[in-house]
Ligand binder design. Structure first.
Ligand SMILES: CC(C)(COP(=O)(O)OP(=O)(O)OC[C@H]1O[C@@H](n2cnc3c(N)ncnc32)[C@H](O)[C@@H]1OP(=O)(O)O)[C@@H](O)C(=O)NCCC(=O)NCCS
Length: 187
């Protein structure tokens, strides 16, 4: 890379170098076999009523059809009305495409072998910095208000730290009051 007249790297060059370093961190994270393996404290969680929840991490490409069908179904059951009420509207095929992009990772929670919740997340660049982007956090109704959502978010934060991501980023729909109260509660 060329330097300026004084032999210093220009601001533009510094920004490009920083972005390239961030991109390398994202690529490294995406090469992991199982990012959750390094976090043994997040493989299971016991709810206040004594139920054990197990958490596993998978690349989207490693999910079987049953899990994918359940992911699409839970997503739609939980969110379709909020999407319809938003400026985005609901588009089933584009949502399914987003959920199955090759860079998608999933945390999946089971309760006695029953699928009860998932988070779709990605290691990605966002406004020039390396982030863990939480695309979805979706729980079955019966699994809510037991601390499982908080457990997922803590796991995502630790996964982000472990791979040197700068932030955990997410988007919520304004009308989704429950989700907004939940995220506010977590600070
Ligand atoms: C939003 C969601 C993930 C929250 O998960 P959860 O397991 O029910 O939440 P938790 O039990 O971990 O709650 C964590 C904290 O948030 C608070 N909280 C959770 N849901 C809340 C609600 N609806 N209203 C007010 N506070 C709420 C809890 O009181 C708790 O506080 P505490 O730690 O002081 O006890 C879950 O309700 C869900 O899957 N909703 C449907 C899908 C959805 O909207 N996803 C978010 C899309 S962005």
């Amino acid at each position: 890379m060329k330097n300026n007249k004084k032999g210093h790297r220009t601001r533009k060059q510094l920004i490009a170098e920083k972005e390239a370093a961030s991109k390398r961190l994202v690529d490294q994270a995406n090469l992991l076999k199982d990012p959750l393996e390094a976090l043994p404290g997040f493989h299971s969680y016991t709810t206040p009523d004594g139920t054990e929840i197990k958490l596993q991490c998978h690349r989207v490409g490693d999910l079987d059809n049953d899990k994918l069908t359940w992911i699409f179904s839970l997503m739609e059951r939980n969110m379709v009305e909020y999407y319809k009420a938003s400026s985005w509207g609901w588009n089933q095929s584009s949502k399914r495409k987003e959920l199955t992009e090759p860079t998608a990772w999933y945390l999946i929670a089971t309760m006695n072998d029953e699928l009860v919740g998932f988070s779709h997340f990605r290691y990605d660049m966002d406004f020039g910095i390396e982030v863990l982007y939480c695309y979805e956090l979706q729980l079955e109704t019966k699994a809510r208000r037991k601390g499982i959502g908080k457990f997922f978010m803590n796991a995502l934060e630790e996964l982000a730290k472990k791979s040197s991501m700068k932030k955990v980023v997410l988007t919520t729909l304004k009308k989704n009051t429950d989700a907004n109260l939940f995220y506010e509660k977590l600070g």
